[in-house]
Design a protein around this ligand. Structure first.
Ligand code: NDP
Length: 240
């Protein structure tokens, strides 16, 4: 039986590429999204994959979704915490709401979904978890104290949970993407983006498929000896 993979934020951008890569790897993939129904419908039409709408930052919504997926598709054995948002602004201009939204969606979601899927993985003695961090969680970024805190939190969360999962065949790893050509990065002003690309040794933005390749590698059944690691995929922009 194919293992069930849940990819949060899986209907657009990096998440959509991850879903396709995991499907090609033979997983039964479920793609989560927040509210963009049009993008989710187009993704479903194109890939045939099941889509599930729920807010990863809300524990109760996650509980209902995990229960539904487990009953209707099967136990989740591969979890990719990819959903993320930005609410940028210098600390001086950042409201508490901007802080909370980014922490809840990027970091709180990892707690919610790992908490809900970990017991089943432990029972079956198999699990693959990948949390999507960021180069900006490693290096910091002007105007992103919320995002950098959430993403570097993900890197610490990953190392701690890896230690808890190791005895049970559960690996927990993180990926730290550099700048990838998705809607999130298209929102960055053109002149700022040009300066960013000039600092990437490989000379281009990343493609979503560059990140998906790393996720497929880390979630393979054979990757059982890789845990607690952070894989940087950033064109050489930050060597950490
Ligand atoms: P996009 O903005 O293109 O897509 C974000 C996805 O996350 C969408 O599917 C969106 O759903 C979903 N999402 C957002 N909030 C929630 C929520 N509360 N509950 C459920 N789903 C949610 O992002 P990217 O593909 O660019 O980024 C993917 C991940 O990679 C993020 O964690 C991001 O921080 C990280 N990253 C991205 C980089 C980049 O350069 N793009 C660089 C480094 C890290 P919907 O479609 O419904 O809005």
């Amino acid at each position: 039986m194919a293992r069930v993979a849940l990819v949060t934020g899986g209907t657009r951008g990096i998440g959509a590429a991850i879903c396709v890569a995991l499907k090609e790897q033979g997983r039964t993939v479920v793609a989560n999204f927040a509210g963009n129904e049009k993008a989710a419908a187009a993704f479903h039409e194109e890939t045939g994959l099941r889509v599930e709408q729920f807010d990863v930052g809300k524990l109760q919504e996650c509980e209902r979704a995990v229960q539904r997926i487990t009953e209707e598709v099967g136990p989740i054995e591969v979890l990719v915490n990819n959903a993320g948002i930005t609410r940028d602004g210098t600390l001086q201009r950042m409201s508490r709401d901007m802080w909370d939204a980014v922490i809840d969606t990027n970091l709180g979601a990892c707690f919610n979904l790992c908490k809900l899927t970990f017991p089943g993985m432990r029972e079956r003695k198999f699990g693959r978890i990948v949390n999507v961090g960021s180069i900006n969680g490693q290096a910091g970024q002007y105007g992103q104290v919320n995002y950098a805190a959430a993403k570097s939190g993900i890197h610490g969360f990953t190392k701690a949970l890896a230690q808890e999962g190791a005895r049970f065949g559960i690996t927990v790893n993180a990926i730290a993407p550099g700048y990838v050509d998705t809607d999130m990065v298209r929102a960055v002003p053109h002149d700022v983006l040009e300066k960013i690309v000039a600092r990437i040794p490989v000379g281009r933005l990343g493609h979503a498929s560059d990140i998906a390749r790393g996720v497929a590698f880390l979630t393979a059944d054979e990757a059982e000896f890789i845990t607690g690691s952070t894989l940087s995929i950033n064109g050489g922009q930050h060597m950490y």
